[in-house]
Design a protein around this ligand. Structure first.
Ligand code: C5P
Length: 264
């Protein structure tokens, strides 16, 4: 089945406290997102890589992207990450997923989506069954530039026959404290069975789109959480500590070290 990567890159990167959105911050002499695209282009299973920019993005055109032959650029980013991904899916598969991309986040009753999905998902009753043959979509943060292409290939091999799909993730290594009154410890949270979510997150188009049509709130900080809301249980596939997300300024330095170590 077809595998397509979708890169939400419409965030403003407010935690970075920089002038530029973080996907364009310089990293090893290139914009950060260049490295992310480079990694995805090195994954032979991916037939297309779609990047979703904010409609008012003014940086993308400053760079030369002609070396990336499987790239599609969509300027339909939304208010939240989930809205950006939903808009990107609609723009890529307009026949499959009709509707206008919108920047606002309309509340949608989940009953409606249950009906829509039942119609889309062949003859099998039940709203949450993926259509065999529907494309796999791998959603990957533009802000994770140190992704190892071999890890993506391994993930695709692991999940190709999974009924739900899944995500890269790592078991939590640190002891976890819940805070009270800002910076006092209330209690220690058991870390057993806790994982940190990474990306890519890999799901069948119809299930992912259905989950994002049903819920787009700010609490949906990754694709898996939208599926969880519908009662699905995505798989956890071992990721890598190198696959860090650039969120704070010091993450850029770490990313630079990782890329340099890999180039050696
Ligand atoms: O803010 P955070 O680090 O969680 O963002 C993760 C990814 O989601 C980034 O690649 C960012 O550009 C993207 N995003 C987006 N549209 C938004 C918010 C975030 O594409 N409205």
């Amino acid at each position: 089945d077809t595998c397509v990567a979708l890169l939400p890159a419409a965030g403003s990167g407010s935690r970075m406290a920089a002038q530029q959105p973080k996907q364009y911050l310089p990293l090893a002499g290139r914009p950060l997102i260049w490295h992310t695209l480079q990694a995805l282009h090195a994954v032979p299973e991916l037939s297309r890589i779609a990047v979703v920019l904010a409609p008012d993005d003014r940086e993308w055109d400053h760079y030369d992207w002609s070396g990336f032959h499987r790239l599609t650029v969509l300027r339909v980013g939304g208010e939240t990450r989930a809205a950006t991904v939903r808009n990107g899916l609609r723009a890529l598969w307009p026949d499959y997923l009709p509707g206008e991309p919108d920047a606002a986040v309309p509340p949608r009753p989940s009953e409606r989506i249950a009906v829509r999905l039942a119609v889309q998902c062949d003859a099998t009753p039940g709203p949450l069954r993926p259509t065999a043959g529907a494309p796999w979509v791998l959603v990957h943060d533009a802000a994770r530039p140190c992704l190892d292409p071999a890890l993506v290939s391994a993930m695709i091999a692991t999940l190709r026959h999974d009924a739900v799909g899944g995500i890269l993730a790592l078991p939590v290594a640190d002891t976890l404290k819940a805070a009270a009154h800002g910076t006092r410890i209330a209690h220690t949270h058991p870390r057993d069975g806790l994982w940190q979510a990474q990306t890519p997150q890999m799901f069948r188009l119809d299930v992912l789109a259905g989950a994002l049509e049903a819920t787009l709130g700010p609490e949906i900080t990754d694709e898996a959480s939208a599926l969880e809301r519908l009662g699905l249980s995505p798989a956890l596939v071992h990721g890598s500590p190198w696959n860090l997300k650039v969120t704070y300024p010091q993450d850029l330095q770490l990313a630079e070290l990782i890329l340099a170590a890999r180039a050696r």
